[in-house]
Design a protein around this ligand. Structure first.
Ligand SMILES: *Cc1c(COP(=O)(O)O)cnc(C)c1O
Length: 464
C-alpha cells in the first residue's frame, strides 16, 4: 500500500469520534461493521473471519463487539446482548468494568499513567507485597510483565539462571499443557500445530503425560541417570486450554515431592486458574502445594489492564539481585496496570469472590452432570472446579454445533486452544445461581435441538 496521509488523518478523526460515543446511529453502525470486517480481511488476518464462520451460524460470524453492558454481559454493535460464559478465557474474574477497578485505573490515569522508568514506582511495590502475602509458601519476590506468556518466559529464565550453575538445564512440561506462544513459553506448550512451524525451539524441553505421577518419576529419575539435570518442572494445576483437565488429587503433591528429591524447581502456571477462578485464590491451594515459581496474568488486571506477575522464593529470585536489569520489560508493572491489580485483589477479597466461585461452581457442575445424564449420546463427560468447567462432547463437530447454538441464543461459550471436543464454561466469578440456571436451560434446549437434528439425520440416512 502506498502512503496516504490525508485519508489516514480522516480515518483517525472518525475513529476518535466513535471512541467518544456510547451509542451508534444506524449509519455509524453500518460504517463500523463494514470497516471492522474489511480491516480484519485486509489488515489483521482473513483467517479470523473463516474461523468465526466455523463457530457461528448464518451471518453471525460478523458480530462486532461494542461495549460491556453489565458485569456479566456485553453487547455487539447491532445491540444484541451476550451473557458472557467464557469470561475472556479467564480475564473477567471480577466482571466486566468492575467499578472499583475502573475507578482505580481512572484515578491513576489522571495522575500518571506510565512511569518514568527511573524513580521507584509505589504501586509496583504495593501490589508485589499483596501478592506475596496471598501466595502460598515462601513466594516473596515478584517480576511484573504484560501477558501470561511473559510471566512464563520470566519463570523459565529465572529457573535457568538459578539452575545453570548447578548443571541443570532441562525442563519437563506436560502433554496438553499450554503456557503461551513466545519461543520460550512455546517450548513448554505441547500442541504440535503451534510448535512445528517454529522448530527448533528452546532445547531441553520434554513433555510427559499430565496427571501421571509414574511418568513424571521415570522422566525425572532418567534425567538423573543421564546427567541431563532438570532445572524445573512446569505445569498448570488444572489444564485450561488442554480441555479443563483435573489431575488426580495426589498428583501435585507427588510432583512437588519428586522435584524436591531430584533438585528440580516447580513452576506452577496459574495464568488461567489463579485469582479465585477455581474456588481458591490460587488453584494449588486445593492441594496445599507450594511452587518455587508461580505465574499469574489474565484476571490479575481485573479485566481492565493487561498485567502479569512471576513470583518466586527469595532463594530462586536472588539470582537477579546483583543485576536487576538481567530481565526487564518497559511496560511491566506500570502504574495503570498495578492500579488495576491492586483493585482486583481488593475486589476478590472484599467480595469473597473465590468463595462465591466455589459455591456457584458446584451448582454449575451438578447442573452439567444432569445434562450429561440427559444427553449421553452427545456428552462424553463434564468436569471442572470452581468456575472453570467444561463439557466434553463425543466428537469435535458436536462441540462446534453446541457453541454455535449457544451463540445464537446470546450465550458465549468457547472451545479450547488444544482440545476442540471440549467446550469451556468460564464465566466471571460475579455469576450467581440464577445466571447459571439461564445458562443450563439454554444449554439443554440447544442440546435437544442437536439431538433431534441428529436423530432425523440418522433416520434419513437409514431410509436412504
Ligand atoms: C492464557 C495462558 C497463557 C498465556 O497467556 P497470554 O496472556 O495469552 O500470553 C499461559 N499459561 C496459561 C495457563 C494460560 O491459560
Amino acid at each position: 500500500m502506498h502512503k496516504d496521509i490525508s485519508s489516514t488523518l480522516a480515518l483517525s478523526r472518525q475513529a476518535l469520534e466513535l471512541i467518544g460515543k456510547t451509542q451508534l446511529n444506524a449509519e455509524e453502525t453500518r460504517w463500523l461493521n463494514e470497516q471492522t470486517i474489511s480491516g480484519f480481511r485486509e489488515h489483521i488476518n482473513p483467517g479470523f473471519l473463516e474461523y468465526r464462520k466455523s463457530v457461528t451460524a448464518g451471518g453471525q460470524f460478523a458480530a462486532i463487539e461494542w461495549r460491556a453492558s453489565g458485569p456479566n454481559t456485553l453487547i455487539d454493535t447491532n445491540g444484541k446482548e451476550y451473557l458472557d460464559c467464557l469470561g475472556g478465557f479467564g480475564i473477567f474474574n471480577v466482571g466486566h468494568r468492575n467499578p472499583t477497578v475502573v475507578q482505580a485505573v481512572e484515578q491513576q490515569l489522571a495522575k500518571q499513567p506510565l512511569h518514568s522508568q527511573e524513580l521507584l514506582d509505589p504501586l509496583r511495590a504495593l501490589l508485589a507485597k499483596m501478592l506475596a502475602s496471598l501466595a502460598p509458601g515462601d513466594l516473596k519476590y515478584c517480576f511484573f510483565g504484560n501477558s501470561g506468556t511473559e510471566s512464563v518466559e520470566a519463570a523459565i529464565k529465572l529457573a535457568k539462571a538459578y539452575q545453570t550453575p548447578h548443571g541443570k538445564t532441562a525442563f519437563v512440561a506436560t502433554n496438553g499443557g499450554f503456557h503461551g506462544k513466545s519461543l520460550g513459553a512455546l517450548s513448554a506448550t505441547s500442541k504440535a500445530v503451534f510448535r512445528k512451524p517454529f522448530a527448533p525451539l528452546v532445547p531441553g524441553f520434554r513433555h510427559v503425560p499430565f496427571g501421571d505421577l509414574e511418568a513424571m518419576r521415570d522422566t525425572l529419575y532418567a534425567s538423573l541417570n543421564t546427567g541431563d539435570g532438570v532445572a524445573a518442572v512446569i505445569l498448570e494445576p488444572i489444564q485450561g486450554e488442554g480441555g479443563v483437565i483435573l489431575p488426580p488429587a495426589d498428583y501435585l503433591p507427588g510432583v512437588r515431592k519428586l522435584c524436591d528429591e531430584v533438585g528440580a524447581l516447580l513452576i506452577i502456571d496459574e495464568v488461567q486458574t489463579g485469582m479465585g477462578r477455581t474456588g481458591k485464590m490460587f488453584a494449588c491451594e486445593h492441594s496445599g502445594v507450594e511452587p518455587d515459581i508461580l505465574c499469574l496474568a489474565k484476571a490479575l488486571g481485573g479485566g481492565v489492564m493487561p498485567i502479569s506477575a512471576t513470583l518466586a522464593s527469595e532463594k530462586v529470585f536472588s539470582v537477579l539481585f546483583d543485576n536487576p536489569f538481567l530481565h526487564t520489560t518497559t511496560f511491566g508493572g506500570n502504574p495503570l496496570a498495578c492500579a488495576a491489580g491492586i483493585a482486583t485483589v481488593n475486589v476478590l477479597l472484599e467480595q469473597q469472590l473465590p468463595e462465591q466461585a466455589a459455591r456457584v461452581g458446584q451448582y454449575l457442575l451438578s447442573g452439567l452432570q444432569d445434562l450429561a445424564e440427559d444427553y449421553p449420546d452427545l456428552i462424553q463427560a463434564v468436569r471442572g472446579q470452581g468456575l472453570l468447567q467444561a463439557i466434553e462432547f463425543q466428537h469435535n463437530q458436536l462441540g462446534y454445533s453446541f457453541a454455535k447454538g449457544m451463540f445464537e441464543a446470546g450465550i458465549l461459550v468457547a472451545g479450547t486452544l488444544i482440545n476442540a471436543k471440549t467446550v469451556r464454561i468460564e464465566p466471571p466469578l460475579t455469576f450467581t445461581e440464577p445466571l447459571i440456571d439461564r445458562l443450563l436451560t439454554t444449554a439443554s434446549s440447544v442440546l435437544k435441538g442437536i439431538q433431534e437434528k441428529q436423530r432425523s439425520g440418522t433416520s434419513q440416512t437409514v431410509a436412504a
